[in-house]
Design a protein around this ligand. Structure first.
Ligand code: AMP
Ligand code: MG
Length: 350
């Protein structure tokens, strides 16, 4: 067990703790830090030993590649064979920001960082602290979300401590993140660019700049059937301790279904936590619940999804029911993607 240092950052104290944190990184250590999406667990992307520490701390499968965070487009050049035209256009438009671009890697990027692939995932985060840390350490930082593998991603330094205290060298605490969901990942090495993970930046936005983009992630949802996935077929992704039931569909039908589920779970003495839209909350007064905001504001659900899963988990509930009546437009699509992966059961209602 290590002693995990915590560096608190405020407007005044910015410089010194950041210098210390970057020193740990440049010497091959692991430091968690905020980005605009979620907290990342950083280490020198070009140092095999340092990167292995990330996998070890998170308990992450070795074939799951990491995103490399850089501070400028210049930093990016040495990591790839070439910057394709479409990548260059996307960088102009969306960097710094929550878009990760996959390109062919150069020889300096080690296998551990890319999970043995010939490609590397890169982005410039839009967060002053993150950029400063990369600049001061003088290295590209491999940084997956700073949670235990399989758990909800961390949106505050407290979440990082919860999962990784004693397993990493330090955490830079600069408050809550802004977006709350991980970056959009786009692969530019196939003929038609492919979105591997949805995020705040959506397909249509990307298509405006580079033409056709295809969706290459799987939500494991089959709209024909009511119960899409059964308990036991659990993904280990974004998952709290409690079982998660997602109820998707039109608002009043979702409310009705949640009432039914509550009655049923109540008979079995289950402790239940609810993640509710603002519109649904009045129907469930007195229940243990967490608000994911108005149905028409999926950016609020994005910011509080992981937070809410952790919050309800800390209340030791057995089951979390998520109200899936919020709008799936824009970042809403990415919220559904994460919560579907977290869910043990998805119920579609009409
Ligand atoms: P996270 O651990 O949350 O930062 O997730 C990183 C995501 O980027 C994972 O979904 C990875 O599978 C994906 N990723 C990173 N590098 C590559 C790559 N070279 N090819 C395909 N996917 C990648
Ligand atoms: Mg992750």
């Amino acid at each position: 067990m290590k002693q995990t240092k915590i560096f608190y950052i405020s407007e005044k104290t910015e410089s010194e703790p950041l210098d210390e944190a970057s020193k740990i990184l440049s010497q091959g250590g692991t430091v968690a830090f905020p980005t605009e999406t979620v907290y990342g667990l950083g280490a020198n992307a070009l140092d095999e030993k340092a990167v292995l520490k990330i996998f070890e701390a998170k308990g992450r499968p070795a074939d799951n590649p990491l995103i490399v965070h850089v501070a400028s487009r210049d930093d990016c050049r040495s990591l790839v064979r070439e910057i394709p035209e479409k990548a260059s256009i996307l960088m102009d438009e969306f960097w710094p920001g929550p878009l990760t671009i996959i390109m062919e890697r150069s020889e300096i990027v080690p296998d551990v960082t890319t999970g043995g692939l010939d490609t590397v995932a890169i982005r410039i985060p839009e967060n002053k602290i993150a950029i400063e840390l990369i600049k001061r350490s003088g290295i590209p930082l491999a940084a997956p979300s700073a949670n235990l593998s399989g758990k909800p991603s961390p949106t505050s330094a407290d979440h990082v401590i919860e999962d990784l205290s004693g397993k990493i060298d330090a955490v830079v605490d600069a408050g809550e993140v802004i977006i709350g969901l991980e970056s959009t990942v786009i692969d530019l090495t196939s003929d038609i660019p492919a979105i591997l993970r949805p995020g705040k930046i959506i397909k249509e936005e990307l298509e405006e700049y580079i033409g056709e983009v295809r969706i290459a992630y799987d939500d494991k949802v089959h709209p024909e059937s009511e119960i899409v996935r059964s308990p036991g077929m659990k993904y280990t992704h974004y998952s709290p301790q409690a079982g998660v039931i997602l109820v998707e569909g039109e608002h009043s039908a979702v409310v009705r279904k949640i009432k039914e589920l509550l009655a049923d779970l109540n008979m079995r003495d289950a402790r239940v936590g609810l993640m509710l839209t603002e519109e649904s909350a009045p129907f469930f007064l007195g229940f243990n619940s967490f608000s994911i905001g108005p149905r028409e504001k999926p950016e609020h659900a994005a910011k509080y999804l992981f937070f809410g899963l952790r919050n309800l988990d800390s209340k030791n509930v057995d089951t979390i029911i998520v109200d899936g009546s919020f709008n799936s437009a824009g970042i809403g699509m990415a919220v559904f993607n994460r919560v579907r992966k977290a869910a043990d059961m998805i119920i579609k209602v009409r």
